[in-house]
Design a protein around this ligand. Sequence first.
Ligand SMILES: Cc1cc2nc3c(=O)[nH]c(=O)nc-3n(C[C@H](O)[C@H](O)[C@H](O)COP(=O)(O)O)c2cc1C
Length: 288
Amino acid sequence: MIISDRQQTTKKILGIIASPRKLGNSEIIIKEISRRLPEEHELKLLRLHDFNIEPCRACYKCLFGEEKCVIDDDILQIHAAVSEADALIVAAPTYFLAPNASLKRLLDRGLSFYGLQEKMLGKPAVGIAVAGIKGKEGHTLLGVNNFLKCILADLKYSEVIYSAFPGEAALSDENLTIAQTAADSLFGAKVLPAGPHCPLCGGDSFRFLADNKVQCLLCSNRGTINTSGAISFDIQKDNHELFLSSDVAKEHKEWLKEMKLRFFEELPNLKKSRDLYKGGDFVQPGKK
Ligand SMILES: Cc1cc2nc3c(=O)[nH]c(=O)nc-3n(C[C@H](O)[C@H](O)[C@H](O)COP(=O)(O)O)c2cc1C
């Protein structure tokens, strides 16, 4: 079979929509970014609400043996869609100052992505947080960035867009400029936040600690804040850092596996401690 140049270079893009709304702003901004992408591509869309994604059971079985999640739901279909993509565009609406729960529900299954590390590492990605009210976007962008970092993607650009009614996303020049930047950066140069940001990961959300110290909420590393002139941060890598490079991701996976041995060593002590908290008057589901 002869494969033409065009077919060979066509990129597969997966747009992950973390909104229940059909033709809502998250879906529209993903399609707008796709329309502006300079690269030849095919856009596949995945609306998280169409899929059955059960909560993580914290069994850690996905880290061992076949490295597959044992829950019988749609996660494997999502793994396949993400693995097959050359790049990701993720958009999530703000619900009560945070990303829609569908994104976190998927991320809670994130340990099962570790079995796909080779396919996942460094996949270019852009993230969009959608908010209805300027200034009321809360930590949605951090949530979107965190999702992409934790699934080991290479975050090229992310931004908040404002639009309340479904369809508004594509009606503002500001949003269209953001869509253009997202499209240009997906396979192009990384675009860092314009304001102060973490020199290690580009995150722009921080926890302010005592003694002029700060912690980046995206990569969890700590450092100092420099307020002479424009604010900047001097952040150092922790000795157990997360998600900054492929080596670190692999080390973290091994560290998680070693935890199993530690768990078995600690089991007698843990049992004693847990036994002290047995029982309780639980509200039962299904009873009115
Ligand atoms: C339950 C709910 C909570 C919301 N909370 C916020 C909020 O905290 N801040 C905000 O700016 N917009 C909030 N919004 C507005 C949505 O973020 C906004 O309508 C957005 O365009 C929805 O994107 P979508 O069309 O992709 O679903 C909320 C909307 C809903 C339905």
